[in-house]
Design a protein around this ligand. Sequence first.
Ligand code: ADP
Length: 363
Amino acid sequence: MESNAEEQTGSAASVFHTERLQEVLAGLAASRAEPREVEFENSLRPRSFEEFVGQRQAVENLRVAIRAAAARGESPDHVLLSGPPGLGKTSLARLIASECGSTLHSTTGPALERARDLVGILTKLKRGDVLFIDEIHRTPVTVEEYLYSAMEDFSVELTLDQGPDARVLPLKLERFVLVGATTREGLLSAPFRGRFGVLERLAPYPDEDLIAIVVRSARLLGMPIEAGAAQALAARSRGTPRVVNRFLRRARDLAQVSGEAKVSSATALEALRRMGVDEHGLEELDRRILHCLARSAARPIGLKTIAAAVGEAEDTIEDVFEPHLLRCGFIERTSRGRVITRSGCAAIGVEPPGAAARADLSA
Ligand code: ADP
Protein backbone atom coordinates (compact mmCIF):
# COMPACT_ATOMS: atom_id res chain seq x y z
CA MET A 1 0.00 0.00 0.00
CA GLU A 2 1.26 3.49 -0.83
CA SER A 3 1.23 6.19 1.81
CA ASN A 4 -1.91 8.29 1.66
CA ALA A 5 -0.01 11.43 0.93
CA GLU A 6 3.42 12.90 1.15
CA GLU A 7 4.33 16.40 2.03
CA GLN A 8 7.66 18.12 1.58
CA THR A 9 8.43 20.39 4.46
CA GLY A 10 11.25 22.68 5.57
CA SER A 11 12.86 25.86 4.32
CA ALA A 12 14.55 25.42 0.97
CA ALA A 13 17.58 27.38 2.06
CA SER A 14 19.83 24.69 3.43
CA VAL A 15 18.96 21.47 1.75
CA PHE A 16 22.16 22.04 -0.20
CA HIS A 17 24.12 19.22 1.36
CA THR A 18 21.43 16.58 0.78
CA GLU A 19 20.97 17.71 -2.79
CA ARG A 20 24.70 17.75 -3.34
CA LEU A 21 25.05 14.20 -2.03
CA GLN A 22 22.34 13.02 -4.38
CA GLU A 23 23.87 14.96 -7.21
CA VAL A 24 27.27 13.43 -6.54
CA LEU A 25 25.84 9.93 -6.34
CA ALA A 26 23.99 10.54 -9.57
CA GLY A 27 27.18 12.00 -10.98
CA LEU A 28 29.04 8.80 -10.20
CA ALA A 29 27.36 7.44 -13.26
CA ALA A 30 27.11 10.56 -15.36
CA SER A 31 29.10 13.68 -15.92
CA ARG A 32 26.22 15.81 -14.66
CA ALA A 33 23.13 15.18 -12.57
CA GLU A 34 19.98 15.44 -14.66
CA PRO A 35 16.91 17.36 -13.58
CA ARG A 36 14.70 14.30 -14.01
CA GLU A 37 16.90 12.28 -11.66
CA VAL A 38 14.49 12.55 -8.73
CA GLU A 39 11.51 11.52 -10.85
CA PHE A 40 13.48 8.56 -12.18
CA GLU A 41 14.48 7.53 -8.66
CA ASN A 42 10.94 7.80 -7.34
CA SER A 43 9.61 5.67 -10.19
CA LEU A 44 11.88 2.82 -9.10
CA ARG A 45 11.21 2.96 -5.38
CA PRO A 46 9.93 -0.27 -3.82
CA ARG A 47 6.18 0.04 -3.12
CA SER A 48 6.04 -2.56 -0.36
CA PHE A 49 8.39 -4.30 2.05
CA GLU A 50 8.18 -7.38 -0.24
CA GLU A 51 9.61 -5.34 -3.10
CA PHE A 52 12.43 -3.96 -0.95
CA VAL A 53 15.38 -6.18 -1.85
CA GLY A 54 17.85 -7.39 0.81
CA GLN A 55 18.56 -5.89 4.26
CA ARG A 56 16.44 -8.78 5.56
CA GLN A 57 17.16 -8.26 9.25
CA ALA A 58 16.41 -4.53 9.20
CA VAL A 59 13.20 -5.05 7.21
CA GLU A 60 12.07 -7.86 9.50
CA ASN A 61 12.72 -5.76 12.61
CA LEU A 62 10.72 -2.87 11.17
CA ARG A 63 7.81 -5.10 10.22
CA VAL A 64 7.69 -6.63 13.69
CA ALA A 65 7.78 -3.17 15.32
CA ILE A 66 4.95 -1.93 13.07
CA ARG A 67 2.78 -5.03 13.49
CA ALA A 68 3.24 -5.23 17.24
CA ALA A 69 2.32 -1.56 17.61
CA ALA A 70 -0.72 -2.01 15.35
CA ALA A 71 -1.89 -4.97 17.44
CA ARG A 72 -1.76 -2.69 20.49
CA GLY A 73 -3.60 0.02 18.58
CA GLU A 74 -0.53 2.27 18.76
CA SER A 75 2.03 3.84 16.46
CA PRO A 76 5.47 2.23 16.37
CA ASP A 77 8.48 3.66 18.21
CA HIS A 78 10.63 6.32 16.58
CA VAL A 79 13.03 4.80 14.04
CA LEU A 80 16.62 5.73 13.24
CA LEU A 81 18.03 4.45 9.92
CA SER A 82 21.74 4.81 9.35
CA GLY A 83 24.09 3.99 6.51
CA PRO A 84 25.79 5.51 3.46
CA PRO A 85 23.72 7.45 0.90
CA GLY A 86 21.71 5.53 -1.69
CA LEU A 87 21.11 2.37 0.38
CA GLY A 88 17.37 2.79 0.81
CA LYS A 89 16.77 4.89 3.94
CA THR A 90 14.27 7.22 2.25
CA SER A 91 12.57 4.25 0.62
CA LEU A 92 12.20 2.54 3.99
CA ALA A 93 10.79 5.70 5.57
CA ARG A 94 8.12 5.75 2.86
CA LEU A 95 7.39 2.08 3.39
CA ILE A 96 7.03 2.59 7.15
CA ALA A 97 4.45 5.31 6.49
CA SER A 98 2.56 3.24 3.93
CA GLU A 99 2.63 0.12 6.10
CA CYS A 100 1.20 2.20 8.98
CA GLY A 101 -1.38 3.65 6.57
CA SER A 102 -0.26 7.15 7.50
CA THR A 103 0.87 10.36 5.87
CA LEU A 104 4.60 10.96 5.40
CA HIS A 105 6.03 14.44 5.97
CA SER A 106 9.61 14.86 4.77
CA THR A 107 12.26 17.38 5.69
CA THR A 108 16.02 17.44 6.35
CA GLY A 109 18.11 18.29 9.40
CA PRO A 110 19.80 21.30 7.77
CA ALA A 111 16.43 22.68 6.62
CA LEU A 112 15.35 22.98 10.25
CA GLU A 113 17.29 26.17 10.81
CA ARG A 114 15.22 27.58 13.65
CA ALA A 115 13.08 26.03 16.36
CA ARG A 116 10.02 27.56 14.78
CA ASP A 117 10.70 25.67 11.50
CA LEU A 118 10.41 22.45 13.46
CA VAL A 119 7.49 23.56 15.62
CA GLY A 120 5.62 24.62 12.47
CA ILE A 121 5.97 21.09 11.12
CA LEU A 122 5.24 19.31 14.40
CA THR A 123 2.02 21.20 15.04
CA LYS A 124 0.74 20.21 11.57
CA LEU A 125 1.16 16.49 12.24
CA LYS A 126 -1.96 14.41 12.72
CA ARG A 127 -2.18 11.37 14.97
CA GLY A 128 0.00 8.54 13.62
CA ASP A 129 1.71 10.64 10.93
CA VAL A 130 5.31 9.84 10.05
CA LEU A 131 7.85 12.68 10.10
CA PHE A 132 10.95 11.79 8.07
CA ILE A 133 14.06 13.85 8.80
CA ASP A 134 16.87 13.06 6.37
CA GLU A 135 20.42 13.91 7.46
CA ILE A 136 19.16 14.17 10.99
CA HIS A 137 22.72 14.48 12.33
CA ARG A 138 22.86 17.93 10.74
CA THR A 139 19.92 19.26 12.75
CA PRO A 140 21.10 22.36 14.66
CA VAL A 141 21.61 21.62 18.37
CA THR A 142 19.07 24.27 19.44
CA VAL A 143 16.42 22.62 17.26
CA GLU A 144 17.45 19.12 18.32
CA GLU A 145 16.56 19.98 21.93
CA TYR A 146 12.98 20.73 20.90
CA LEU A 147 12.81 17.31 19.32
CA TYR A 148 13.62 15.66 22.65
CA SER A 149 10.36 16.62 24.35
CA ALA A 150 8.44 16.19 21.09
CA MET A 151 9.70 12.60 20.77
CA GLU A 152 9.25 11.72 24.41
CA ASP A 153 6.18 13.56 25.67
CA PHE A 154 4.63 14.71 22.39
CA SER A 155 4.80 18.29 23.55
CA VAL A 156 6.99 21.35 22.95
CA GLU A 157 7.44 24.61 24.74
CA LEU A 158 7.70 27.51 22.39
CA THR A 159 9.33 30.66 23.73
CA LEU A 160 7.64 33.79 22.43
CA ASP A 161 9.33 37.20 22.48
CA GLN A 162 12.57 37.94 24.28
CA GLY A 163 13.82 39.61 27.45
CA PRO A 164 11.27 40.65 30.09
CA ASP A 165 8.38 40.02 27.66
CA ALA A 166 9.39 36.42 27.01
CA ARG A 167 6.57 33.91 27.49
CA VAL A 168 6.63 30.16 27.25
CA LEU A 169 3.78 28.62 25.28
CA PRO A 170 3.31 24.89 25.96
CA LEU A 171 2.00 23.04 22.91
CA LYS A 172 0.52 19.57 22.92
CA LEU A 173 1.29 17.50 19.84
CA GLU A 174 -0.45 14.53 18.28
CA ARG A 175 1.42 11.23 18.68
CA PHE A 176 3.63 10.88 15.62
CA VAL A 177 6.45 8.61 14.48
CA LEU A 178 9.82 10.18 13.81
CA VAL A 179 11.94 8.39 11.22
CA GLY A 180 15.46 9.82 11.14
CA ALA A 181 18.03 8.95 8.48
CA THR A 182 21.73 9.56 8.92
CA THR A 183 24.92 8.81 7.07
CA ARG A 184 26.85 9.47 10.32
CA GLU A 185 25.23 7.83 13.28
CA GLY A 186 28.34 8.63 15.34
CA LEU A 187 27.60 12.36 15.11
CA LEU A 188 24.28 11.98 16.91
CA SER A 189 24.43 12.83 20.61
CA ALA A 190 23.73 9.96 23.03
CA PRO A 191 20.52 11.55 24.40
CA PHE A 192 19.21 12.01 20.87
CA ARG A 193 20.06 8.46 19.78
CA GLY A 194 18.57 7.13 22.99
CA ARG A 195 15.15 8.52 22.09
CA PHE A 196 14.80 6.20 19.09
CA GLY A 197 13.24 2.85 19.97
CA VAL A 198 14.27 1.14 16.72
CA LEU A 199 17.77 1.60 15.31
CA GLU A 200 18.65 -0.08 12.02
CA ARG A 201 21.95 0.12 10.20
CA LEU A 202 21.95 -0.49 6.45
CA ALA A 203 25.05 -2.09 4.99
CA PRO A 204 26.25 -2.02 1.35
CA TYR A 205 24.40 -4.65 -0.71
CA PRO A 206 25.99 -7.87 -1.95
CA ASP A 207 26.08 -8.34 -5.75
CA GLU A 208 23.15 -10.78 -5.77
CA ASP A 209 20.85 -8.17 -4.19
CA LEU A 210 22.05 -5.50 -6.63
CA ILE A 211 21.37 -7.89 -9.51
CA ALA A 212 17.82 -8.41 -8.20
CA ILE A 213 17.39 -4.64 -7.90
CA VAL A 214 18.66 -3.87 -11.39
CA VAL A 215 16.57 -6.65 -12.97
CA ARG A 216 13.47 -5.29 -11.22
CA SER A 217 14.31 -1.73 -12.31
CA ALA A 218 14.85 -2.87 -15.91
CA ARG A 219 11.44 -4.54 -15.85
CA LEU A 220 9.84 -1.33 -14.56
CA LEU A 221 11.60 0.65 -17.29
CA GLY A 222 10.33 -1.80 -19.90
CA MET A 223 13.85 -2.71 -21.05
CA PRO A 224 14.95 -6.30 -20.37
CA ILE A 225 18.51 -6.88 -19.27
CA GLU A 226 20.77 -9.90 -19.89
CA ALA A 227 22.07 -11.74 -16.83
CA GLY A 228 25.68 -10.87 -17.71
CA ALA A 229 24.80 -7.20 -18.06
CA ALA A 230 23.04 -7.15 -14.69
CA GLN A 231 26.09 -8.80 -13.13
CA ALA A 232 28.47 -6.28 -14.73
CA LEU A 233 26.47 -3.27 -13.54
CA ALA A 234 25.96 -4.72 -10.05
CA ALA A 235 29.63 -5.57 -9.54
CA ARG A 236 30.68 -1.97 -10.19
CA SER A 237 27.99 -0.18 -8.24
CA ARG A 238 29.75 0.21 -4.89
CA GLY A 239 27.14 -1.90 -3.11
CA THR A 240 24.63 0.91 -3.70
CA PRO A 241 21.15 0.55 -5.27
CA ARG A 242 21.07 4.21 -6.33
CA VAL A 243 24.28 3.74 -8.27
CA VAL A 244 23.20 0.51 -9.99
CA ASN A 245 19.96 2.19 -11.07
CA ARG A 246 21.91 5.12 -12.54
CA PHE A 247 24.13 2.71 -14.44
CA LEU A 248 21.06 0.98 -15.77
CA ARG A 249 19.65 4.27 -16.98
CA ARG A 250 22.75 5.00 -19.06
CA ALA A 251 22.95 1.43 -20.36
CA ARG A 252 19.28 1.58 -21.36
CA ASP A 253 19.86 4.85 -23.21
CA LEU A 254 22.78 3.30 -25.06
CA ALA A 255 20.76 0.18 -25.91
CA GLN A 256 17.91 2.35 -27.19
CA VAL A 257 20.05 4.51 -29.45
CA SER A 258 21.73 1.36 -30.76
CA GLY A 259 18.28 -0.02 -31.65
CA GLU A 260 18.61 -2.95 -29.23
CA ALA A 261 15.56 -4.47 -27.52
CA LYS A 262 17.47 -5.34 -24.36
CA VAL A 263 20.58 -4.35 -22.44
CA SER A 264 23.27 -6.83 -23.48
CA SER A 265 26.53 -7.42 -21.60
CA ALA A 266 28.45 -5.62 -24.33
CA THR A 267 26.19 -2.57 -24.05
CA ALA A 268 26.44 -2.54 -20.25
CA LEU A 269 30.24 -2.65 -20.41
CA GLU A 270 30.33 0.05 -23.07
CA ALA A 271 28.04 2.28 -20.96
CA LEU A 272 30.32 1.79 -17.95
CA ARG A 273 33.37 2.60 -20.08
CA ARG A 274 31.74 5.79 -21.34
CA MET A 275 30.92 6.80 -17.77
CA GLY A 276 34.55 6.28 -16.78
CA VAL A 277 33.67 3.52 -14.30
CA ASP A 278 36.44 0.92 -13.96
CA GLU A 279 36.23 -2.72 -12.90
CA HIS A 280 36.41 -1.74 -9.20
CA GLY A 281 33.52 0.69 -9.57
CA LEU A 282 35.92 3.65 -9.30
CA GLU A 283 35.04 6.83 -11.14
CA GLU A 284 36.97 9.96 -11.88
CA LEU A 285 36.85 11.50 -8.42
CA ASP A 286 37.87 8.25 -6.71
CA ARG A 287 40.89 8.14 -8.97
CA ARG A 288 41.73 11.77 -8.24
CA ILE A 289 41.63 11.01 -4.52
CA LEU A 290 43.91 8.01 -5.00
CA HIS A 291 46.33 10.01 -7.17
CA CYS A 292 46.37 12.78 -4.57
CA LEU A 293 47.35 10.24 -1.87
CA ALA A 294 49.87 8.53 -4.15
CA ARG A 295 51.60 11.87 -4.77
CA SER A 296 52.14 12.39 -1.04
CA ALA A 297 54.97 9.86 -0.99
CA ALA A 298 53.43 7.83 1.86
CA ARG A 299 52.77 10.82 4.14
CA PRO A 300 49.25 10.61 5.62
CA ILE A 301 47.01 13.35 4.25
CA GLY A 302 44.16 15.07 6.08
CA LEU A 303 40.64 15.24 4.69
CA LYS A 304 40.85 19.03 4.26
CA THR A 305 43.90 18.72 2.01
CA ILE A 306 42.31 15.98 -0.07
CA ALA A 307 39.11 18.00 -0.42
CA ALA A 308 41.05 21.06 -1.60
CA ALA A 309 43.16 18.99 -4.00
CA VAL A 310 40.21 17.27 -5.70
CA GLY A 311 37.75 20.19 -5.43
CA GLU A 312 35.01 18.39 -3.50
CA ALA A 313 33.40 19.02 -0.08
CA GLU A 314 34.92 17.19 2.89
CA ASP A 315 31.53 15.77 3.90
CA THR A 316 30.93 14.40 0.43
CA ILE A 317 34.34 12.75 0.31
CA GLU A 318 33.75 11.17 3.71
CA ASP A 319 30.16 10.07 3.02
CA VAL A 320 30.29 9.04 -0.61
CA PHE A 321 33.82 8.28 -1.75
CA GLU A 322 35.82 7.08 1.23
CA PRO A 323 33.58 4.19 2.32
CA HIS A 324 34.04 2.45 -1.01
CA LEU A 325 37.79 3.11 -1.17
CA LEU A 326 38.14 1.77 2.39
CA ARG A 327 36.01 -1.28 1.62
CA CYS A 328 38.11 -2.06 -1.44
CA GLY A 329 41.24 -1.75 0.75
CA PHE A 330 42.59 1.03 -1.52
CA ILE A 331 43.09 3.51 1.30
CA GLU A 332 43.57 3.36 5.05
CA ARG A 333 42.61 5.87 7.71
CA THR A 334 45.26 6.54 10.32
CA SER A 335 45.12 8.99 13.22
CA ARG A 336 47.23 11.39 11.15
CA GLY A 337 45.25 11.13 7.93
CA ARG A 338 44.63 8.92 4.92
CA VAL A 339 47.22 6.79 3.10
CA ILE A 340 47.01 4.85 -0.12
CA THR A 341 47.67 1.10 0.04
CA ARG A 342 49.60 -1.09 -2.37
CA SER A 343 46.36 -2.32 -3.96
CA GLY A 344 45.13 1.27 -4.19
CA CYS A 345 48.24 2.10 -6.18
CA ALA A 346 47.68 -0.93 -8.39
CA ALA A 347 44.10 0.20 -9.05
CA ILE A 348 45.35 3.45 -10.58
CA GLY A 349 48.50 1.93 -12.09
CA VAL A 350 51.16 3.76 -10.08
CA GLU A 351 54.16 2.52 -8.10
CA PRO A 352 53.38 2.21 -4.37
CA PRO A 353 55.14 4.69 -2.11
CA GLY A 354 57.18 2.98 0.67
CA ALA A 355 54.66 3.28 3.50
CA ALA A 356 51.79 2.00 1.40
CA ALA A 357 53.70 -1.19 0.79
CA ARG A 358 54.51 -1.42 4.52
CA ALA A 359 50.89 -0.73 5.51
CA ASP A 360 49.74 -3.63 3.35
CA LEU A 361 52.43 -5.96 4.68
CA SER A 362 51.56 -5.22 8.29
CA ALA A 363 47.81 -5.70 7.61
P1 ADP B 1 18.93 6.81 0.75
O1 ADP B 1 17.74 7.49 1.35
O2 ADP B 1 19.55 5.83 1.70
O3 ADP B 1 19.91 7.76 0.16
P2 ADP B 1 16.99 5.88 -1.24
O4 ADP B 1 15.93 5.24 -0.42
O5 ADP B 1 16.72 7.25 -1.77
O6 ADP B 1 18.39 5.88 -0.46
O7 ADP B 1 17.30 4.87 -2.44
C1 ADP B 1 17.95 5.28 -3.63
C2 ADP B 1 17.37 4.55 -4.82
O8 ADP B 1 17.71 3.18 -4.72
C3 ADP B 1 15.84 4.60 -4.91
O9 ADP B 1 15.49 4.87 -6.25
C4 ADP B 1 15.34 3.24 -4.57
O10 ADP B 1 14.37 2.88 -5.49
C5 ADP B 1 16.56 2.34 -4.79
N1 ADP B 1 16.66 1.36 -3.70
C6 ADP B 1 17.30 1.55 -2.53
N2 ADP B 1 17.24 0.45 -1.77
C7 ADP B 1 16.54 -0.46 -2.48
C8 ADP B 1 16.14 -1.83 -2.23
N3 ADP B 1 16.50 -2.46 -1.09
N4 ADP B 1 15.43 -2.47 -3.16
C9 ADP B 1 15.09 -1.84 -4.32
N5 ADP B 1 15.45 -0.58 -4.63
C10 ADP B 1 16.15 0.11 -3.73
